[in-house]
Structure formats: structure tokens, C-alpha cells
Design a protein around this ligand. Structure first.
Ligand code: ADP
Ligand code: ZN
Ligand code: ZN
Length: 801
């Protein structure tokens, strides 16, 4: 037998399958989706088996050296997803496979075979290995004919393979205890111990009634006894004790009170019916659930998932990383309990691996997670849900540059299951697709129980300044904050920045302090009284005078959360403020702690950055203030207006979700811009039309497709010549209607001493594009592998910096 192997060398010469001979002992054992070690030139390297064949045209085959898995880590479906990713994102095959696996599997790890059942149940050849130990190193078997037997017993659930991640990542076990003879009657069991051994008899009776294994610790606790009681019972074989795996619980064993499905409103029912239809008829369909915040989307997700589970199928729910709050997780765990696995970046490598393993083994049926959870190795998917589908974090900004939405639709088609994209402010692309019936639009335009959308006031800060108000709070916002304090209600203040202030500028000459390596303005950090570059991390003491004119009038400008907090305490000293930004939530669990404190009413005002824009659902929030609505509007990105509207709508949605009415105050220097003005009426449709006409005029998606090529190198002349060459090659190879823009210097001209140029391709129909871009990669491959040249190609860019 021949194995076709993709080797773990991400270069374009090696980006194909290589044939290897499967040694006799591994025939029938090696399967597609397993990782193997193969000789490659002078080295031995890792690879993925992607296909098995009877014959090959290659002469003088080398043999597979070692096998890393006993059960394939990639399912056949995921292998095909990898194939597709390679095409869609122009990445190397091996990168596509790697991105689908938990990090723990990418490190060098020791493998052990663990005994799960009684050793007498194992295949006869294996029994002697486990007669006096629970764990045997995989190396004992890997080079022998026993591998197939081990594999079979693993599949039967008698053995288990464990990858020892790190000491910290070790599988946790707990001792459980039970009667060895489960079928005997109590009298004959008790006859075997002395009548005076009261405690022993008590243990036996207890376990007899219990009728299933119980944690040894728990048993001792319940009966108020010690291990000494168990010893003789274990020694005579009346009781058996074994190790049972406990998963490291990322939520630290928190109990989730069970919740019941709510009776859907008529509007919700109308929206869920087509989804249930798709589930029942087992056909793939993509739905765009456009529902304002508080319209009951999550309840629809929950009930659609319940239906999928009822049919024995699984569910993936994607939630943006910053919305993956304990509150959010609780809604899913509350409904589906231990059937839910959670994958987010706060987990340790070992914890992530645990969750992944539960999915792979079919022990959970629902996964809730951030972007990469889209690769959850389920084999019988019934539904895929992407909440807040407009979020840019669903796009991965490194190779492979995939968008989770596209992967979802690809997998949904494979599994013949519905995909639900949910949002209060759908991405322009998705809404345009819904208009063309590529996606089925499911509108949910009212809040549950018809609670009104919050009233929005837009304050022109230029006008405030004209009237002599130099503070960062408009008079209106300040009045409303005071009102809330008097009424004992809560407010949320939102600022789209971090740190004490944004940049440092000389008031005399206008000089702005920038990083010497990145051409990016420094951020002032008060705690160190220093300047910090947020791209490379370089830090400098705050200068006393201007570098350019030596004036002493060098100050920080703009306002960060820290500065807002100071000003708040100055003008509203009685207000209790909780600040939530990157700096106050760095430690694990602090995010949750701050939110819980706010939920418990321990503060009047929650002040924060992006991370508070989502998910917050507290009944006492009746005021939301946005301090600088236009901070995003001027970024060099064609989606900046879209992001502004989405963010403002998102933030507004935090107010008045319950009985109390909500109000929103948006402070801005550009009140006339449609992305700000239309938040007042919460008019998505109108905003959509205006935004679409802008895109059409400027030739941007969704009217045109777009690709971005980024070139960087330590030498400026090199960057320019390479980018120029690429541009002229593109012009020669692509069709006339395609627009090729560039070379232009990137919005951030230098990062970490590397100069950066870019080139943009806008096109409607360009069947040769993939081939042409591959040719470019191929042409520069040697320079990229050895030298300083970097060429990044993004077929669907979301980041233009
Ligand atoms: P969304 O996800 O669209 O923001 P949610 O699902 O969070 O909306 O619903 C908003 C609130 O309304 C939640 O507190 C939820 O429990 C409640 N809710 C949702 N559906 C119903 C229903 N059918 N009956 C009663 N309350 C509901
Ligand atoms: Zn100066
Ligand atoms: Zn820097």
C-alpha cells in the first residue's frame, strides 16, 4: 500500500503529495487524516496522510518511518475542507491542515495508551501490557504488529490514546469506586465480610444501592469514613477502583441552572419555521437572520439547535471572541448542559485540547466558540450558526486567510444542513446576497414584547466647543449621567480607544511623536509616564521637550479610558466607575469579575472600549454614551463607515433592554455623516442603500471583488521594485476590465523596520487570478524562503493597514 503524504514544509516546492510505502506492520492501520513521520531528503519530518493507494508510478519508494496518531486527527470531510482552503486562500496545503487542529497537536508530545476498561476485556495479546499498569507508552506498540489491535481496542473504547501536552496540560483523573460483582444480591455480598466490620458493610450496602461507580472521595465524605475502610474491600476484590477522566473545566465547575425553551412570539415563530424546514428536509440553505438587538435571536438559535440534537445531529455556534462572555456561554450551557464544549482564546493549550477531544469523540454535541471553532471535527453536523456575522474577527489575518462564514457555508453544503448568519447590522456583503436570494432573509424587526428601541440623541461637539464647553462630556450627556445617578440606574460609556491618551503632539510646531521603527504615533501611557508603540512594543520615556522645535509645550492629545475615568471622578465624584479595557482585563477572569460587579450594581458607570459593545445585558442600564463616534470613520479602509454604523447600533442596543426605557447620546464631530445620522432612526435599510451607492461609485465590494498584495522588506528600494514588477506582471496577465491600483505605500509605511508597499486588485470576473497570483508566489519563493522579502496575498482583505 502507498500513502500520499503532504509534508510539513510550507514552501511551494513541497506543496504537493509525496508517495510513501506503508510498511507491512502498518497496513490497514494507517488511514487518511493521520499524521506520520517520513524521511524527506536528509531529514525526518512530519506529514499528513491524505490518501491511500494500491500503486504508484514512483520508483524507489521510501517508507513511512513512524505514525503519530492512532485515530485520524482529521476526518475525511476536514481533509476536503483543507483542499478547498488551499484554493480559496492560496495557502499551503499543510497550513490548511494545521489550522484545523488544536495547538496541542502541533507541538512535540509524548503519546500514551491509557486503559479505560478492565484489562481482561482487552484483546488477548494486549492484556499482559496492562495487567499491572494503567498507562503504557505508545512507543511500546508503534513499531510492532500490535498497532492494529491497539487501534481496534481504542475504537471499542477499551483503551484511549492521550497526547501529553505539558505537565500542566495533563489529563486529570479522579478515582471512582464500585462493586466488582454488580449482579450479586446484597446478602451474599455482605456475607463475605465480618459482621462486626460495620463501616465496611455500610460501604457495600451503599454501593449496592448506588448501582454505578461513584467518586471515591465522595463516597468517603458521604459515609464519614476513611480510606482504611476501603482497603480490605479492595484487597479481597469486592470493590474495584479505577481512574476516571475529569476534564479540566474551563468554567471551574460552575453549575448552570437548567433553562427551558421559551414560547416563541409569532414573529420568532415565522423566522424559525423555514430553519426547521431545512432541518427536517436535510437540505443546505443559508439564512440571514436580521434581527435588531433584543429581538430574540439567541432563543431562536437555541431552539434550532435543540431540533438538530433531537435528530441526532450536532451544532456549531460561532460567536466573536469578545462576545464570548460567561453570560453568553451560560445561555448555551443552561439549555444543553454538559453537551456543550466551549472554545475560546482564554483557555490554556491543555484545556483547548480537552474540549477538542470531547468533540472528536462525540461526547459533546454543541460547540460554542470563536472563529476557529468552525473546524470542530463533528461528523454529523445538523446546523451551523454565526452570531454577529458582520464581525471582522471572523476573518483570519494570517495564513490561511480564511473567513469563517465561507467555511461555514462550505461545511453546511457538505452536511446538507442549514447555516444561520445572525446580526442586527449584517455585513453589506451578506445583506446584498440576501437581496439577491443567495441567502434567505429572515427579518426580526421588533424587540421581544415590543420594547421600543432606545432614543438616540446626536450631539455636535463642534457646537459644544463654540459654546465654550471644553470638557469631553457634552452638557446633555452630563445631565443625563447625573439623572441616572439620582435615580439609581446604570450608565455605559463607550470609547473606542485604549490607554491614557492617544498621541503626543507639540502645541507649538505640531510635531507628533512617532515610533522610529514603525512610523506609527506613540501612545502615551500614564502608569509608566512613557510612550509606547502599539505595533512593535517599543517604549520610550515621555520627552520633556519637542524633538523638532525644543518647545516645552509637548502634550498628549485625545482621550483614553484612563483619562475619561479621571475626568469623571473629578466632575461626578459620587459616581462609582468600573473601567474595562485591555489594561484592566489582562488577567484571566478579570473580564468576568468586572462584569459581575457591574451586574450586581456595585458601580453606576461602566466605562470601556470595544469589549463592552457586545453581549452586555443588564436590566438597569438606561443610558449609553458614546464619546467619540467618529474615531473610526477616518481610517484608510473602505469599510470604515460600515464599521461605524455597526458599532454605534451595537452600542445603542445595550440600553433599555428590559422594563426601563433606554437613551443613547452619541458625541461626534461629524454629525452629518450618514453612518452616524442614521443611528438615530435605527434605519438599517436606508443606511444599506446609501452605503451600497457609495460602494458602487468607488468600485468596492460587494460590487467588485478585491485582492490585496502586501510587500515588505528592510530596504525601501527593494520593496518598491518588487511591487512595481508585480504590478506590471498583473497588468500584462489580467483582463482589461480589472483595476490594478498601486504600487502605493501602505497606510502604515513601516513596521519593525520593514518598509511596506501594497497593490490592490479590483475585478468583477477574473478566472485566471488564482493562477497568476500563484505564479507571483512561485517567482519570489526563493527570496521569500531565504531572505527578508515578504509577500502577503489576501483574496478577501479586511485589513488595509
Ligand atoms: P438577541 O439575541 O436578538 O439580542 P435575545 O435572544 O438576547 O435577543 O433576547 C432578548 C431578551 O428577550 C432576552 O432576555 C430573552 O430571554 C428574551 N426573550 C427572547 N425570546 C423570548 C420569548 N419568546 N418570550 C419571552 N422572552 C424572550
Ligand atoms: Zn515642536
Ligand atoms: Zn514601533
Amino acid at each position: 500500500m502507498i500513502a500520499k503524504v503532504v509534508v510539513d514544509v510550507p514552501t511551494s516546492q513541497t506543496d504537493r503529495m509525496f508517495d510513501y510505502l506503508i510498511p507491512n506492520r502498518w497496513e490497514g492501520f494507517i488511514r487518511e487524516g493521520m499524521r506520520v513521520i517520513v524521511p524527506f531528503g536528509p531529514r525526518k519530518i512530519q506529514g499528513f496522510v491524505v490518501a491511500l493507494e494500491q500503486a504508484t508510478a514512483v520508483e524507489k519508494l521510501k517508507s513511512i518511518d513512524d505514525v503519530l496518531d492512532v485515530i485520524p486527527v482529521l476526518t475525511k470531510e476536514l481533509l476536503s475542507v483543507g483542499e478547498w482552503l488551499t484554493e480559496k486562500t492560496l495557502c499551503f496545503k499543510v497550513s490548511a491542515y494545521q489550522v484545523m487542529l488544536p495547538a496541542a497537536l502541533k507541538t512535540k508530545v509524548k503519546k500514551e495508551i491509557h486503559l479505560v476498561a478492565n484489562h481482561s476485556e482487552l484483546a488477548t495479546e494486549l492484556q499482559s501490557f496492562f495487567s499491572d499498569q494503567q498507562v503504557v507508552s505508545w512507543e511500546m506498540f508503534s513499531q510492532t504488529h500490535l498497532v492494529k489491535t491497539v487501534q481496534k481496542d481504542i475504537e471499542k473504547g477499551l483503551l484511549e490514546i492521550m497526547y501529553q501536552v505539558t505537565e500542566k496540560g495533563r489529563k486529570k483523573t479522579e478515582k471512582v469506586i464500585q462493586l466488582s460483582n454488580k449482579d450479586g444480591d446484597l446478602v451474599s455480598i455482605l456475607e463475605q465480610v465480618s459482621e462486626r466490620a460495620m463501616k465496611q458493610r455500610e460501604v457495600l450496602s451503599f454501593l449496592y444501592k448506588q448501582n454505578h461507580p461513584i467518586k471515591s472521595m465522595e463516597l468517603l465524605e458521604q459515609l464519614g469514613t476513611t480510606r482504611a475502610t476501603l482497603k480490605p474491600l479492595l484487597a479481597t476484590g469486592l470493590l474495584i477502583e479505577s481512574d476516571e477522566e475529569v476534564y479540566r473545566d474551563p468554567l471551574q465547575g460552575k453549575k448552570h441552572p437548567q433553562t427551558e425553551p421559551l414560547v416563541l412570539t409569532e414573529k420568532q415563530q415565522a423566522v424559525i419555521d423555514p430553519i426547521l424546514g431545512s432541518l427536517a428536509s436535510k437540505h443546505h440553505e443559508a439564512f440571514l437572520l436580521h434581527g435588531v438587538t433584543g429581538s430574540g435571536k439567541t432563543e431562536i438559535y437555541l431552539q434550532a439547535i435543540a431540533e438538530s440534537l433531537k435528530n441526532g445531529r450536532e451544532a456549531i455556534v460561532l460567536v466573536p471572541e469578545i462576545s464570548l462572555t460567561p453570560q453568553m456561554v451560560e445561555r448555551f450551557k443552561g439549555r444543553f448542559g454538559s453537551m456543550v464544549a466551549v472554545l475560546h482564546s482564554g483557555l490554556s493549550m491543555g484545556e483547548k485540547y480537552d474540549e477538542w477531544r470531547k468533540i472528536r469523540r462525540g461526547e459533546v454535541k454543541v460547540v460554542v466558540g470563536a472563529r476557529s471553532a468552525i473546524f470542530a471535527p463533528f461528523t454529523n453536523l445538523g446546523i451551523i450558526i454565526i452570531d454577529e456575522e458582520h464581525e471582522a474577527s471572523y476573518k483570519q489575518e494570517e495564513n490561511p486567510r480564511y473567513h469563517a462564514r465561507e467555511v461555514a457555508i462550505y461545511r453546511g453544503a457538505h452536511h446538507d444542513c442549514p447555516v444561520i448568519l445572525g446580526s442586527a447590522t449584517p455585513s453589506l456583503e451578506s445583506f446584498a446576497r440576501a437581496q439577491k436570494n443567495v441567502y434567505t432573509l429572515l427579518p426580526l424587526s421588533e424587540r421581544v414584547n415590543n420594547r421600543p428601541m432606545p432614543e438616540v440623541e446626536i450631539v455636535d461637539m463642534r457646537e459644544e466647543l463654540r459654546l465654550g464647553n471644553r470638557s469631553m462630556f457634552s452638557r446633555s450627556l452630563l445631565d443625563k449621567l447625573k439623572e441616572r445617578l439620582e435615580r439609581g440606574e446604570q450608565s455605559v460609556l463607550f470609547l473606542n480607544r485604549r490607554g491614557y491618551s492617544t498621541f503626543v503632539m507639540c502645541r507649538d510646531c505640531g510635531y507628533v511623536a512617532t515610533c522610529d521603527h514603525c512610523d506609527i504615533s506613540y501612545t502615551y501611557h500614564r502608569s509608566h509616564h512613557s510612550l509606547k508603540c502599539h505595533y512593535c512594543g517599543h517604549e520610550e520615556p515621555m520627552p520633556k521637550t519637542c524633538q523638532s522645535c525644543e518647545s516645552e509645550h509637548i502634550r498628549f492629545f485625545g482621550s483614553g479610558t484612563q483619562k475619561v475615568e479621571e475626568e469623571l471622578t473629578r466632575i461626578l465624584p459620587e459616581a462609582r466607575v468600573i473601567r474595562m479595557d485591555v489594561d484592566t482585563t489582562r488577567r484571566k477572569g478579570s473580564h468576568e469579575k468586572l462584569l459581575t460587579a457591574f451586574g450586581n450594581g456595585e458601580a453606576d458607570i461602566l466605562l470601556g472600549t470595544q469589549m463592552i459593545a457586545k453581549g452586555l445585558d443588564f436590566p438597569k442600564i438606561t443610558l449609553v454614551g458614546v464619546l467619540a463616534a467618529d474615531s473610526m470613520l477616518h481610517l484608510p479602509d473602505f469599510r470604515s463607515a460600515e464599521r461605524t454604523f455597526q458599532l454605534l447600533e451595537q452600542v445603542s442596543g445595550r440600553a433599555g433592554r428590559h422594563e426601563l426605557l433606554g437613551e443613547v447620546v452619541i458625541q461626534t464631530y461629524t454629525p452629518e455623516h450618514y453612518s452616524i445620522d442614521l443611528v438615530k432612526s435605527h434605519d438599517y435599510q436606508h443606511y444599506f442603500q446609501l452605503e451600497m451607492s457609495q460602494r458602487k461609485k468607488a468600485g468596492y465590494p460587494p460590487y467588485f471583488y478585491m485582492s490585496l498584495i502586501n510587500v515588505s522588506h528592510p530596504e525601501l528600494t527593494k520593496v518598491i521594485t518588487v511591487t512595481e514588477k508585480i504590478v506590471s506582471f498583473l497588468k500584462a496577465e489580467l483582463s482589461e476590465n480589472t483595476m490594478i491600483l498601486g504600487p502605493v505605500v501602505s497606510p502604515i509605511a513601516r513596521i519593525k523596520d520593514r518598509y511596506r508597499y501594497q497593490c490592490m486588485i479590483k475585478y468583477k470576473n477574473e478566472p485566471r487570478l488564482t493562477k497568476v497570483l500563484r505564479d507571483i508566489q512561485q517567482h519570489y519563493i526563493r527570496e521569500m524562503n531565504q531572505g527578508d522579502l515578504q509577500i502577503g496575498i489576501d483574496l478577501n482583505p479586511y485589513l488595509f493597514m
